[in-house]
Design a protein around this ligand. Structure first.
Ligand code: NAP
Length: 282
């Protein structure tokens, strides 16, 4: 039996980057992304590096603001409110994870919705619910671009999303509904009820965003399914996803590698939102 085709993020990202670059060049002023990093989390620092690199490539100014790890929640909110009013800044990203004493919901709510390029403010999540244009989560948009690159029509397809987080599973459920897929969202309750396997087995489109290596057994994957593995798990020096890749590859028609699938597209989606924000503001 033929192995699944690899759905790699990089070639899809390269095509979209050409469009972003051309849009950015048409703007009156170079677009500016403000990036706020609180503390010294190594994960967040590595995201910053890759965002700065992509911004440079696309003609976007990346302004990094590094705040002390002891910055209070109120001080961070005040800082964001200033960026909201700063006309030279088109978009704001607050790097996650934040130190534990800061409530990330309150931080998302303090962003001006028109500068919220990660699509976390309730106004933007609400627009997603209403199928109106706003900024959608970069992770969810990256998954939709990968699905789109297969050319497969999602209309009427059985789509199963595993994970119901605010940045991945929930926005994906709405974006898939907009394509008229029949959507099932699985979560911890599904697993605890022992029903995860039965849902996964009937998925024609399977998207997994949990963060548990090997949660999805390869032989649960339906013949000919499209499998998008969002999960990132560090096992020693290796990074793997949530799906048993080698086994799943024998059943699926398309599958994302981890790393190299969703990841390379997420930053591109952030820059696309930023240029869109700049266009709307200018
Ligand atoms: P999260 O906020 O921790 O959400 C994980 C979700 O999985 C939750 O909805 C959780 O449900 C559910 N879950 C936990 N255990 C489960 C189980 N045994 N069966 C079914 N569902 C279960 O994580 P996230 O931010 O969405 O990220 C998920 C994964 O994607 C992580 O590995 C993250 O590193 C990765 N990620 C990758 C990218 C990328 O660009 N490639 C971007 C973002 C995230 P409960 O909340 O009810 O427990």
């Amino acid at each position: 039996m033929a192995l699944a085709r690899l759905l790699e993020g990089k070639p899809v990202a390269e095509k979209i980057k050409l469009e972003i670059k051309s849009q950015a060049q048409k703007l009156k002023q170079q677009p500016v992304l403000a990036s706020v990093l609180v503390g010294d989390n190594p994960g967040a620092a590595s995201y910053v590096k890759s965002q700065a690199k992509t911004a440079l490539e696309l003609g976007i100014i990346y302004k990094l603001f590094q705040l002390d790890k002891d910055t209070t929640e109120q001080a961070l909110i005040d800082f964001i409110l200033k960026l909201n009013l700063d006309k030279t800044v088109n978009g704001i990203i607050v790097q996650m994870p934040l130190p534990q004493h800061i409530d990330c919901r309150k931080i998302s709510e303090s962003l001006a919705p028109f500068k919220d390029v990660e699509g976390l403010h309730p106004e933007n999540t609400g627009k997603l619910f209403l199928s109106r244009s706003g900024f959608a989560s970069c992770t969810a948009s990256a998954v939709m671009e990968l699905l789109n690159s297969t050319g497969v029509d999602l209309y009427g397809k059985e789509a199963v999303v595993v994970g119901h987080s605010e940045i991945a599973g929930k926005p994906l459920a709405f974006l898939l509904l907009d394509k008229f897929a029949t959507v099932t969202v699985c979560h911890i309750g599904t697993s605890k009820a022992g029903k995860l396997e039965e849902h996964v087995r009937r998925a024609e489109v399977l998207i997994v965003a949990v963060g548990k290596a090997g949660l999805i057994k390869g032989d649960w994957v339906k013949e000919g399914a499209i499998v998008i593995d969002v999960g990132i798990n560090r096992i020693g020096a290796k990074i793997i996803g949530d799906v048993e890749f080698e086994k799943a590859q024998k059943h699926a028609a398309y599958i994302t590698p981890v790393p190299g699938g969703v990841g390379p597209l997420t930053v591109t989606m952030l820059m696309r939102n930023l240029v869109e924000a700049a266009k709307l503001q200018q």
